[in-house]
Design a protein around this ligand. Structure first.
Ligand SMILES: [Zn+2]
Ligand SMILES: [Zn+2]
Length: 312
């Protein structure tokens, strides 16, 4: 379940405070800790082991409830007659037509009536997720120099035909394509991995600096490895006589566990004549999703982490 679920009582278009004692009575058996006398329950755990943080204000909110917690939410709504508000959609579940009339106007159109006897966690789940089963997608081909292109965002699920093979493979490449004639549409990762896209369209996906890498590695990285957008051009890093493995964009937080990568960046800054203090400021300002961004790599041979960055 995505985000939060609220249980709220409504009267004449407004929320009314819920009876704290009644809420406590319903939730207390599910509290996995000793709740002090008179205090609201702040944490519940369901029979299936799923749990949620609970906040009592005018209504009761459940933070990221698991499947079993939905049953507790259903019970709370049944016992108090309050509405269940699903924040993501937003959708409201009430137990009678009468209750619909008490909702604020903008929520009335979103209301789903589920009679008390049918109001279970499963019923909530069905309202939230009426969507069909997600499509099963084939395994991605291996990319030795960019092993998890889904995590890095270079490949994403899509129901879309590949501009090279013409098939809807369930996955599509979203990264940069370099070359004189770009294909008319996006490419599937299989056509990238096999080298077909590079051969047929004369395109490549990553820049490497001449002479930095062994020829075979350079060819594989250029022609058969998903790329990623950088603001500046820097060649694909080399270590121990091979191209490094790209792990993803990184900010200061993502680099913290990898002092070797930070040292790599520090060394580069120093080579360019930066003073120590601006270097540390620069490293602290690195942002995975903003500017400046760093790119994390790992040596295929010795495991050392390396990093490159856009120096803007
Ligand atoms: Zn294809
Ligand atoms: Zn190495």
């Amino acid at each position: 379940m995505g985000t939060g679920i609220y249980v709220h009582a409504f009267r004449d278009g407004d929320t009314v405070p819920m009876d704290a004692a009644a809420v406590r009575e319903v939730l207390l058996p599910y509290a996995p800790y000793d709740v002090p006398e008179g205090e609201p329950v702040e944490w519940v755990r369901a029979a299936d082991g799923s749990d949620a943080d609970v906040y009592l204000h005018r209504g009761v909110s459940f933070d990221r409830p698991g499947p079993g917690v939905l049953d507790i939410i259903a019970e709370l709504a049944r016992r108090t007659g309050a509405a269940i508000v699903l924040l993501a959609d937003p959708t409201v579940i009430v137990t009678s037509e009468e209750d619909v009339r008490h909702l604020p106007e903008e929520l009335r159109v979103r209301a789903v009536v589920v009679p008390p006897a049918a109001l279970t966690g499963q019923a909530i789940e069905q309202v939230v997720r009426p969507r069909p089963e997600p499509r099963r997608r084939p395994m991605l081909p291996p990319f030795p120099y960019h092993p998890d292109p889904v995590a890095t965002g270079a490949v994403t699920t899509a129901d879309e035909s590949c501009a090279c093979c013409g098939h809807d493979q369930g996955w599509i490449y979203t990264g940069p394509v370099y070359g004189e004639e770009e294909p008319d549409g996006r490419l599937c990762p299989y056509c990238i991995a096999s080298g077909t896209a590079a051969k047929r369209h004369g395109v490549f996906f990553n820049e490497v600096e001449a002479g930095e890498l062994p020829d075979e590695a350079a060819r594989q990285i250029c022609e058969r490895t998903p790329g990623f957008v950088t603001w500046q051009d820097w060649g694909w890093p080399e270590h121990c006589g091979d191209g490094a493995v790209f792990l993803g964009a990184a900010g200061a937080r993502e680099l913290r566990p990898h002092p070797d990568a930070l040292d790599d960046l520090r060394g580069r800054c120093t080579e360019w004549g930066w003073e120590a203090e601006p270097v540390e400021r620069f490293l602290a300002a690195l942002d995975k999703n903003g500017q400046p961004t760093a790119y994390l790599f790992r040596c295929r041979v010795c495991g050392t982490h390396l990093a490159r960055a856009d120096f803007t």
